[in-house]
Design a protein around this ligand. Structure first.
Ligand code: LFR
Length: 474
């Protein structure tokens, strides 16, 4: 039988997983081998990722994967974007900060004092997000920057620990704000203008290229063959997810919906127009040189953070039951608020922030947990519909359908209300698009499948047919 097996490490902002993927001309299957929580830690200087725990859990999962499938051809790693560790001589100089840590405000002020956002956009093509890596680096302790010899984004850090090789994978490097959008190389002049040491930024590597074999001690610890190695994938989770959207890119928009809702279109040229600048759209690097023209919508974070707050308050919450009761609340009975308001970015009391937003806009706030949930879902659906319209306009794509992939594809109310508010069909799934995109790029590099992204997406559509939601007038 054609095809083969690879392992994917996919780290999300709330949980991580290791999966084994089988991929071939007519097969695309994933088997989860480990799932683990990603619990950030707040200490004196701010909010950090517990990166060593994540690494340990990833290693545990890889050990399981190798044990069950000794024929695994390669390992691919993806995670959320922008966050990094500083290292010196291979030693990590502190746990990476979480992009929701408030320290980045200083970095934004410091960078914009030297260069306006419009000028940055011309150079790096990115939407303004206060946590883009360049702002974080500008908020960094100068003494640490001076002693560090390398900065690695999270998946590059894990890959470095596995292989001993330091590289910056292109799709994720495109989220730093330090790549020249025109040619995808490090922007030496910008790096110098921001006073950052050029030596921090390693050589770039493209998805599909082999990074290297596991270090001998790692291979031994995993019980793996000595030639098992890491292959670069779209290491930005959103880049991997977009690979596995079963869409026709010339007629569809996608929403990669998990903690964030990444809403956009895929185009084959940069869109650096003033429309894109003013709508705060980004030109992130996609696999195969495609451009992910998208906008960050706050995503399911607002709902999960509200649920965490209720649970901390002693109310056990069962999400499916909560969503069922939210579906019973009439849409007209709840306020639609601006989910993209920056007040919803940091961790905290989401219902109180929704109340404050409503008070400022003369709207009656929700009253029950079901009403808050409905209000969040309606507000997300509206923000999704608006961003799809903008993406179509800015990217000049005749969008006829919206694909929702990621965990949000399981949220029936959200999918239906997005279809209703956008006035077009929503095709939901696959839920595990990020892991599938990771597997597909490795599978293609190993020769188990071949072809363009269109061929890979066709395989996804055949093996993971999406669920269709028709718009209703509601
Ligand atoms: C989604 C994501 C988004 C990025 C945000 C922060 O997981 O990677 O694409 O803007 O997290 O890194």
């Amino acid at each position: 039988m054609s095809g083969g097996t690879v392992a994917a490490v996919d780290l999300g902002a709330t949980s991580g997983r290791v999966i084994v993927g089988r991929v071939g001309a007519d097969v695309l299957e994933t088997t989860p081998v480990a799932r683990f929580a990603n619990d950030p830690v707040r200490v004196g200087d701010g909010l950090h990722w517990d990166i060593l725990s994540l690494y340990r859990a990833a290693l545990g999962g890889l050990r399981e994967a190798v044990l069950a499938h000794p024929d695994i051809a390669s390992i691919g790693i993806d995670s959320w974007a922008v966050d990094y560790a500083l290292l010196r001589g291979g030693r990590m100089l502190g746990d990476p900060f979480h992009y929701r840590d408030e320290r980045t405000a200083h970095g934004v002020a410091a960078v914009h004092a030297r260069m306006r956002h419009a000028e940055l956009f011309e150079r790096n093509g990115l939407q303004f997000l206060p946590f883009n890596t360049l702002y974080q680096l500008a908020a960094e302790d100068r003494a640490l920057l001076d002693v560090a010899d390398t900065a690695l984004l999270v998946p590059d850090l894990i890959a470095s620990w596995l292989t001993g090789q330091n590289r910056a994978e292109l799709t994720n490097a495109s989220t730093t704000g330090l790549l020249r959008v025109l040619d995808g190389t490090w922007d030496d002049a910008l790096i110098a203008a921001l006073g950052l040491p050029r030596g921090l930024f390693p050589e770039l590597i493209a998805p599909g290229d082999r990074l290297g074999a596991l270090r001998p001690d790692v291979a031994a610890a995993l019980g793996a063959r000595s030639d098992l190695g890491v292959t670069a994938v779209g290491s930005h989770d959103t880049a991997s997810a977009v690979v596995a959207v079963p869409m026709r890119a010339d007629a569809a928009a996608y929403i990669s919906c998990g903690t964030w809702g990444l809403v956009g279109v895929e185009v084959d040229r940069l869109v650096l127009t003033s429309e894109a600048l003013h709508a705060n759209f980004t030109n992130e690097g996609g696999v195969d040189g495609r451009v992910r023209l998208l906008h960050n919508v706050m995503g399911l974070w607002v709902l999960s953070e509200a649920v965490r707050g209720w649970e901390r308050g002693g109310h056990a919450v069962d999400l499916p039951t909560l969503l069922d009761s939210a579906a019973e609340v009439p849409a007209s009975a709840v306020p639609v608020f601006d989910v993209n308001d920056p007040r919803f970015l940091p961790p905290g009391d989401m219902p109180a922030r929704i109340d404050a937003w409503c008070a400022e806009h003369d709207l009656a706030p929700p009253r029950t947990r079901a009403e808050y949930t409905r209000s969040i879902v309606e507000s997300l659906a509206q923000a999704f519909a608006d961003a799809v319209r903008e993406a179509a306009r800015i990217g000049r794509v005749d969008v006829r359908t919206i694909h929702i992939v990621g965990g949000g594809a399981l949220n029936e109310l959200l999918c239906q209300r997005t279809a209703d508010r956008a006035g077009m069909p929503v095709l939901a799934g696959p839920v595990e698009a990020t892991a599938l995109g990771n597997v597909l790029v490795q599978g293609r590099a190993a020769g188990f499948v071949s072809g363009s992204l269109e061929a890979l997406r066709d395989l996804v559509a055949r093996t993971h047919p999406p669920r269709r939601y028709e718009p209703t007038a509601g």
